[in-house]
Write a protein that binds this ligand. Sequence first.
Ligand code: PGA
Length: 250
Amino acid sequence: MKKLFAGNWKMYKIYSEAVEAVKKLMSLTSPLPKDREVLILPPYPYLKSISDLISKKDGYFLGAQNFYPEEEGAYTGEVSPKMLLDVGCSYSIVGHSERRKYFNESDEFINKKVKFGLQKGLKIILCIGEDLTERKKGEVFKVLERQISKGLNEVKDSKIEEKLCIAYEPVWAIGTGEVATPIQIEEAHKIIRELLSDLFGEKGTKIRILYGGSVNPENIKDILPVPNVNGVLVGGASLKPENFSKIILS
Ligand code: PGA
């Protein structure tokens, strides 16, 4: 199983900065170690240009941060999986905590996106994770169980182990500089692995589980060796190629 290093740029960078950052990242990291893949998740307007700069066969993939689960139609402001695939995307994030919070995305709507995206040929990174109140109340298992069972309700795919990734991102660790401890990460990833095995059997043991939340060039060495950590989803530290490259090559 190759480790996936995904850089979620959120709503940062203008066009020239985005292109420069990708060129720099490539020069710092290629050729990639054989056991690693890189995924760049820029804002929509830069997808096509970045797609032209990178190559899947070298281990660099392109993805979107979101999409709308319809083929096409009168949905002003939205972008479909067909459009993303057409400009070279292989992946999309679904259910990021910022979308759950600021755009009121429910587990049901997230489930619709997971099913629709997979059906259309996108690989999906489903983001889950508890907030601080839920952790303090001892509800980590309950939250992860709910987000997985609802988010993956009726999800079927003969190649699910290749097409689905889960990103465990405790909300309290996102953009805060407060990273989960290796023990907290190990516990959560173990729960997620068991839930995936219950749902998908043997294939569930091969689905990549990423950790996300304040990953940086210093803490990556403690995170990557944790059992069931099959990659990382990096926000802030992916914006600077110097930092992201250190994480990728750690
Ligand atoms: P962060 O963001 O690395 O800046 O905490 C992670 C994410 O939101 O995916």
